[in-house]
Design a protein around this ligand. Structure first.
Ligand SMILES: Nc1ncnc2c1ncn2[C@@H]1O[C@H](COP(=O)(O)OP(=O)(O)OP(=O)(O)O)[C@@H](O)[C@H]1O
Ligand SMILES: [Mg+2]
Length: 367
């Protein structure tokens, strides 16, 4: 099978629970060896979709094709897939060895083969020598590695992961994100990974499927989805953006002039728009800076205003600046060592600055 072929094709999936539409006309093609994340707020249908792919849930309509074959009628245990859950779901009375080997015992594989495989799996998740331990002698992160090993020993065609790092603390979670990604790259197994953590999706995925209320909002690489969100929802759910409602005032060859609360902003023309159209502008916080003498020429959008708040985030600082009656523009800058030592954040409040950004960094959205 070629690398670029689709391992999994999901077509027109719908699933309702009584009055609730959990998944609505969902379609997606996942390539062989791809790491795809389903990202969206709580209740948007991520787990339901994963359960449909795994066969634990039957959709009202639609198809799931694995290597070209419709598997909707296939029992979960007959699908060459495994699932890893948020809660570790290890068998508490069994050792690590028995947990990982469990599916191989059921398949009645020879003892030596099982030993070899378990050893290989423990190396993969970096827990060599942990065979005799019981789950209650493991940390949360270690439990999840064992859960991963237990799933991977089956060499699944597709691995489904439902917020597998959700119960871990931030530091371990970040470490596991990198590790999990490395394991996936090494084994080249197709991963479908559910998360509601946008940063996690950005760090790990080849592609992100952004969902809302059971529907796909945008499917793109992390970079594309971050730099070119297609909607107000995408611009705010992934990363942070200044969002303004505006009206097109002029249409120029390569840019638009947009009226926003009595101000005129320039935005590059990435959509067909005519004078009078209501549009939404999204500008990433880090694309907005305080204008200094040196950077004066860089920005075709410049607005003076009073600093309302300065918030210090360690390596970053955010400036909240009132640029019109109803609009606060937020700039995010890397903080220099001197600034950090000066305690600049408190002294700045109430003073006037000019914030600037380029029109190429203004994303024009329809909604
Ligand atoms: N068995 C069920 N019976 C009734 N409603 C259900 C059932 N399973 C899911 N739902 C509903 O379907 C919707 C989608 O649920 P789902 O668990 O797929 O969301 P999710 O995106 O995984 O959310 P979370 O991030 O909180 O895990 C929700 O409104 C949920 O209440
Ligand atoms: Mg869920």
């Amino acid at each position: 099978m070629e690398k670029e072929s689709s391992a999994l094709v999901i077509q027109n999936i719908c699933k309702t629970f009584g009055e609730v539409t959990a998944v609505k006309d969902f379609g997606l093609e996942v390539k062989d060896g791809e790491f795809v994340s389903l990202l969206g707020p709580s209740g948007c249908g991520k787990t339901t979709l994963l359960r449909i792919i795994a066969g634990f849930e039957i959709p009202d309509s639609g198809e799931v094709l694995l290597d070209g074959e419709n598997i909707i009628g296939l029992q979960p245990f007959k699908r060459p897939m495994n699932m890893v859950f948020q809660r570790y779901a290890l068998f508490p009375h069994m050792t690590v060895y028995e947990n990982i080997a469990f599916s191989q015992f059921l398949k009645k594989r020879p003892k030596e083969e099982i030993e070899q495989k378990v050893k290989k799996m423990l190396e993969l998740v970096q827990l060599e020598g942990f065979e005799p331990r019981k789950p209650n002698q493991l940390s949360g992160g270690q439990c999840q590695r064992i859960a991963l090993a237990r799933a991977l020993i089956n060499e699944p065609r597709v691995l489904l992961l439902d917020e597998p790092l959700g119960a871990l603390d931030l530091k371990i979670r970040k470490q596991m994100q990198i590790e999990l990604k490395k394991i996936q790259e090494k084994l080249k197994i197709t991963f479908i990974y559910v998360t509601h953590d946008q940063e996690e999706a950005l760090v790990m995925s080849d592609r992100i499927v952004l969902m809302k209320l059971g529907e796909i909002i945008q499917v793109d690489t992390p970079k594309r989805i971050y730099n070119h969100p297609n909607s107000r929802f995408a611009a705010t759910f992934i990363g942070e953006s200044n969002i303004f409602d505006g009206e097109v005032v002029k249409v120029k060859a390569d840019h638009l002039v947009v009226g926003v609360d009595g101000l005129q902003l320039l935005a590059h023309r990435n959509i067909d728009a005519k004078v009078g159209d209501k549009i939404v502008l999204a500008i990433r916080l880090e694309k907005v800076s305080r204008v200094t003498g040196a950077s004066k020429k860089e920005y075709d959008n410049q607005f003076p205003g009073k600093i309302e708040d300065v918030v210090f985030f360690g390596a970053l600082v955010k400036y909240y600046v009132r640029i019109s009656e109803n609009i606060t523009l937020i700039a995010e800058e890397n903080i220099t060592e001197e600034e950090s030592d000066q305690d600049a954040e408190e002294n700045n409040i109430g003073t006037t600055v000019t914030l600037g950004f380029s029109r190429k960094d203004v994303n024009v959205l329809i909604e």
